[in-house]
Design a protein around this ligand. Structure first.
Ligand SMILES: C[S@@+](CC[C@H](N)C(=O)[O-])C[C@H]1O[C@@H](n2cnc3c(N)ncnc32)[C@H](O)[C@@H]1O
Length: 222
């Protein structure tokens, strides 16, 4: 599915999120606290925006992005080249359920709008935990069920605006999947428990924009 929408992914997201997606990624990258000289993993890197954001925060670090979609990786590689950061960012085919890296390889890891799509989230989080160095952080940015006033507003938005925009952008089924997968994603408290079960300590979360997105954070114990 992501191969099919790769070329329209960024534009559609920008429109659907009213430009908020950039701010959400920036906040998630802040939470990772990247530092020069360190090595980070971006799981489900897609078109590479988060990799570039991490590098912007900490010039001199290195980022490896993995994604099973060759179409998304191709868009990402072009973007990385255009940003002039090919020496610091590598985008590789990969699956969070079976990461190709040895234990304790990365200083930190991030996933943005990815873990919702993973069939076995506990297994995926365990794999991320395995490849993190002790003390390394995982930051997960994910679309979640809105709270309070945002709940009815978002329902209206997803019933009226999303179908219209996705029709114009010719990706109706992909974005119907988006609202279905949002409904399928566990509540924030429950996802924190899954992070703990996967071996993350001090797991916590921060809602943004009325809970439409949530940043989850946890650490591999030292
Ligand atoms: C909604 S896109 C998000 C892309 C990017 N992280 C961003 O911020 O725009 C979700 C990505 O997760 C990837 N994905 C889905 N299943 C995955 C898996 N098992 N392992 C790694 N990535 C996966 C998809 O191929 C897709 O590129």
């Amino acid at each position: 599915m992501f191969d099919k929408i790769a070329s329209r992914y960024e534009g559609t997201n920008r429109i659907l999120s009213l430009g908020f997606d950039r701010r959400w990624r920036r906040r998630a990258a802040d939470r990772l606290c990247p530092r020069p000289g360190a090595l980070y993993l971006d799981v489900g890197c897609g078109a590479g925006d988060m990799c570039i954001e991490i590098l912007r925060k900490a010039p001199g670090c290195r980022v490896v992005g993995i994604d099973p979609s060759e179409g998304m990786l191709a868009v990402g590689r072009a973007k990385v080249r255009a940003a002039g950061v090919s020496d610091a960012v590598s985008l590789l085919p990969g699956d969070v359920l079976n990461l190709q890296f040895p234990d304790n390889s990365f200083d930190g890891a991030i996933t943005a709008f990815c873990i919702r799509n993973v069939t076995d989230r506990l297994m995926g989080l365990r794999e991320i935990n395995r490849v993190l160095r002790p003390g390394g952080s995982l930051v997960t940015l994910e679309l979640t069920d809105p709270v309070g006033l945002m709940k009815p507003l978002f329902r209206l938005y997803s019933n009226m605006v999303i179908p219209l925009v996705t029709k114009v952008m010719s990706c109706v089924s992909a974005y119907r999947y988006l609202t279905d997968s949002m409904a399928d994603f566990p509540q924030a408290d429950r996802f924190v428990t899954v992070m703990q079960d996967a071996g993350f300590a001090d797991a916590e979360y921060f809602r943004m924009t009325g809970g439409i997105v949530t940043i989850f954070h946890g650490q591999k114990p030292v």
